[in-house]
Design a protein around this ligand. Structure first.
Ligand code: FES
Ligand SMILES: [Fe+2]
Length: 429
């Protein structure tokens, strides 16, 4: 078994590609990360009413997240107490009971066993402790600004401590509209890709690649700007200037615990430019001048380690299936009380960039696939297994609260992932 401490070097600038390929490391990640800490399982708006539920995973463990008739949120292991069959197969729905198809045992949405087929056939004590038997609950459930997290570890500590420096950003995120309503549209897009889960976690906030990989997106942006000018009746021949992220004053943050964030206020400014000035004035008057940018998408993207990626208009849940297979549940974030035109704009942005035929998301996924192919060389002992995350590693600044900051193209957000990873993986579960 490879020692995980040997896979990330002390200066945190180099990562050994075995972290993406080794089967033992993958299973150790489940125990030391996914079954130890808090894992994002869904947004409260996805289970808004009594009886609503969704199914997801904590690592490899299938769970049901349900809203019971008392308004409580339950995170239950999706496993029949009889012989282990999953009792719910749908992504989401509304039900006040779950029935195991194998022998027909029935559970309510708090997990209690409420019906056993041919129950009389069980003799004294054969069913075990009637109080205990049911869909087992996870050790801890918590919610912050509508985001629901669960942990299989009774000693995981508080959710607030886990979220740490991400909280001020989540507070802003939850206040995008004056009435604070956010509706996460469950799993609008779902896909698997044949590569390691950490590639998605490290890519979400990377400021280095967009200028190069997402050329098509840049061209679409230029086209849209021209169209917006025409719509405003501007006849100027002035060429639309191409904006490079590398040339912007944008920052990457290592928030600690593997969490990280990239801030690109200028991108939000550019998004604003696509709207007529009168419309932006109206928004400012109705919602306040500080809220205009937030309405059009917060000026940052964040990864909450290990499995949650938040971008302007979506939430992506990263689910590891195998060292080289990952499932992503991607949900659109709608703002029901925002003006109709803003909602449409957000939806178009989401579909245009991240959709199955989008000009951004699929580019990233193609890169993950190519990287995983490159990582096969990890098996050949004569080849160098080390990857470089060293870009501007020496230029990081440490703030008073311990947050590290550097230029957004500096790979600081990727180093943040592997600092968090090494911390978890270095400790016995
Ligand atoms: S396995 Fe569920 S009822 Fe038998
Ligand atoms: Fe990208």
């Amino acid at each position: 078994m490879i020692d995980p401490a040997e896979l990330v070097d002390a200066a945190m600038g180099r990562v050994n590609m075995n972290v993406y390929t080794d089967n033992d490391i993958f299973h150790l990640e489940m125990r030391r990360i996914f079954y130890r800490t808090w894992i994002y399982v869904g947004h409260e708006s996805e289970i808004a009413c009594a009886g609503d539920y969704l199914t997801t995973y904590i690592g490899q463990v299938p769970v049901i997240v349900s809203r019971d008739e008392d308004g409580g949120i339950n995170v239950l292991i999706n496993r029949c107490a009889h012989r282990g069959t999953t009792v719910c197969q749908r992504d989401r729905g509304t039900a006040n009971f779950f029935k195991c198809e194998y022998h027909g045992w029935v559970y309510n949405n708090k997990g209690a066993l409420t019906g056993v087929s041919l129950a009389k056939g069980y003799g004294e004590g054969e069913l075990g402790d009637a109080q205990r038997i049911g869909l087992q609950a996870v050790a801890a459930v918590g919610s912050y600004q509508g985001l629901i997290f669960a942990s299989l570890n009774p000693e995981a500590g508080s959710l607030e401590d886990f979220l740490g420096n991400t909280k001020p950003y989540l507070d802003d995120w939850a206040a995008q509209t004056p009435d604070g309503r956010i509706r996460v549209e469950s799993a609008a897009f779902q896909h698997t890709f044949p590569a390691n889960w950490k590639l998605q976690a490290e890519n979400n906030t990377e400021g280095y690649h967009p200028d190069f990989l997402h050329q098509a997106a840049v061209r679409v942006q230029i086209h849209n700007s021209r169209r917006a000018r025409a719509a405003r009746g501007e006849t100027t021949e002035k060429p639309v200037r191409r904006q490079r992220i590398a040339a912007m004053d944008s920052r990457g943050y290592d928030l600690g615990g593997g969490h990280n964030l990239v801030e690109t206020p200028q991108v939000a400014m550019l998004a604003k430019k696509r709207f007529p000035a009168e419309f932006l004035d109206e928004l400012a008057q109705t919602y306040g001048p500080d809220r205009v940018e937030a309405l059009l998408g917060p000026p940052w993207r964040m990864t909450i380690f290990p499995n949650l990626a938040i971008a302007g208009s979506n939430i992506r849940v990263i689910q590891p299936l195998a060292p080289d297979e990952t499932y992503v549940r991607q949900s659109f974030i709608d703002l029901p009380s925002a003006p109709e035109s803003v909602r449409t704009h957000r939806r178009e942005q989401e579909q245009g960039f991240y959709g199955p035929a989008g000009y951004g998301g699929p580019d990233d996924i193609e890169m993950f696939t190519r990287m995983q192919e490159g990582f096969r060389t990890a098996q050949a002992a004569s080849l160098d297994p080390w990857l470089l995350f060293t870009r501007q590693a020496t230029s990081e600044e440490v703030l008073d609260n311990g947050v590290r900051v550097a230029d957004s193209t500096s790979e600081i957000t990727q180093r943040a992932v592997y600092r968090g990873w090494a911390e978890y993986m270095g400790q016995e579960a």
